[in-house]
Design a protein around this ligand. Structure first.
Ligand code: NAD
Ligand code: DAU
Length: 370
């Protein structure tokens, strides 16, 4: 039985991970620490909190005193660190929050873990898993091989630079102090509970509401899509069976350009409306409600500054060493995701009509139509 801390557990991947952990390892004690920024949502965790199945703490990972007392009180031997500012567009508008949380927040956690595990002489049986991103490796050309764990770091956005800095800090704690930490660098996740600021939920929701589908630049940028459930399974495997000090890349083996991703979403929505006539009454502004195609909403807009062209992940190390491979095809995962958003309108409606809309209205400058 483990005492587990998940930071950022009210975010997109965090919520999925909390549910996955609870299901797979019901005997473990589970504490979720999250500052509840705009990106957080605890609706899906409420039943677990109410039943005492998890302990939820609203708190900032930069609060060193609070973090240390949590370690002292709960004696964690598994830490999965996901709390972060995660949206590239926001890092372009307001980079400071990214440095604060992603770098200083990670430092606070590393220090608390080291001090606590040293004091209790539990270093060898403890593990700290730092969840990072493929964006630290920079951008690939079409002919380049996918990123492997030995690729040099070349971050291009303030977000990627802050994650790269945090990875370096984690590495330094392993080498200098012997902290039993591991790093994962994964590709773009998609699936339930993703905030509507990110590409896939944004396009689904805009299509349902009959709003433009803004593709940055010419839409040729490529991402390697990973279903969040497969990412969570990989994280659980890596923290249990991975070697401290090692880095593991996690990818979805599903490279797609943004034009194709948005086109597939439009096709799936059109098909869902054709199969279920009730959807037209629920989403009357969607073109599919009047038998038009959702493709008609696609607009090409000015590009994201410093937009990385291609990410692709070589996950061979994870497959060879730990036997972890992904199985969900992008088309099947996307179909499931489109239906999840169709079935959870009240979840995203609350976000879309609240603070997120205010942010978008204020910061829409680099998304003007071309
Ligand atoms: P998210 O933005 O959906 O969630 C982040 C969570 O962290 C939120 O609940 C937020 O409230 C919390 N948080 C932010 N600042 C905090 C602070 N100072 N103290 C405590 N909590 C704080 O992010 P996500 O998409 O779930 O990503 C989780 C992690 O995975 C991040 O570290 C991200 O860099 C990494 N990652 C994400 C993806 C992806 O595609 N989503 C891919 C690769 C890596
Ligand atoms: O690669 C892993 C990273 O994936 C994570 O580290 C980040 O936390 C996560 O946000 C994600 O970063 P991206 O910048 O790739 O994700 P985003 O959903 O913002 O954009 C995906 C692609 O779609 C990117 O090429 C930009 C483009 N895009 C995005 C939005 C929001 C558009 O064309 N239009 C849009 O409106």
């Amino acid at each position: 039985m483990h005492k587990v801390l998940i930071t950022g557990g009210a975010g997109f991947i965090g919520q999925n991970l909390v549910h996955a952990w609870r299901t797979a390892r019901p005997e473990d004690g589970l504490v979720v620490l999250d500052a509840m920024t705009y990106a957080a949502n605890i609706r899906s965790l409420e039943p677990l909190i109410a039943s005492g199945s998890i302990l939820f703490i609203k708190g900032d990972i930069r609060d060193a005193g609070m973090v240390r007392s949590l370690f002292d009180e709960h004696k964690f031997d598994r830490v999965l660190h996901l709390a972060a500012e995660s949206h590239v567009d926001r890092s372009i508008v307001d980079p400071e929050a990214f440095l604060q949380t992603n770098v200083l927040g990670t430092f606070t956690l590393l220090k608390a873990a080291l001090d606590c595990w040293r004091a209790s002489d539990t270093m060898s049986q403890s593990r700290f898993l730092h969840v990072s991103t493929d964006e630290v490796y920079g951008s690939l050309k079409l002919t380049d091989p996918p990123f492997s764990e030995s690729n040099p770091y070349r971050p291009n956005s303030p977000y990627a630079a802050s994650k790269a800095a945090s990875d370096h800090l984690v590495r330094s704690y392993v080498v200098t102090y012997g902290l039993p930490a591991l790093i994962t660098n994964c590709s773009n996740n998609y699936g339930p509970y993703q905030h509507p600021e990110k590409l896939i939920p944004l396009m689904i929701i805009h299509a349902l509401e009959g709003k433009p589908l803004p593709i940055y630049g010419d839409g040729s940028n490529i991402r390697d899509w990973l279903h969040v459930s497969e990412h969570c399974r990989a994280l659980m495997t890596i923290i249990e069976r991975g070697s401290p000090g090692e880095t593991y890349n996690v990818g979805g083996r599903s490279e797609r350009n943004n034009r194709d991703v948005v086109g597939t979403i439009c096709d799936l929505i059109d098909r869902a409306f054709a199969e279920d006539p009730a959807l037209a009454a629920r989403f009357p502004s969607c073109p599919a409600a009047t038998k038009q195609s959702s493709h008609s909403l696609i607009r090409y807009v000015t590009d994201r500054p410093g937009h990385d062209h291609r990410y692709a992940i070589d996950s061979d190390k994870l497959a060879m060493k730990l036997g972890e491979r992904c199985h969900i095809t992008f088309e099947a995962g996307l179909d499931q995701t489109v239906h999840w958003y169709l079935d959870h309108q009240s979840w995203w409606d609350e976000i879309v009509t609240g603070g997120y809309k205010a942010w978008l209205d204020k910061n829409y400058s680099f998304r003007t139509a071309v």
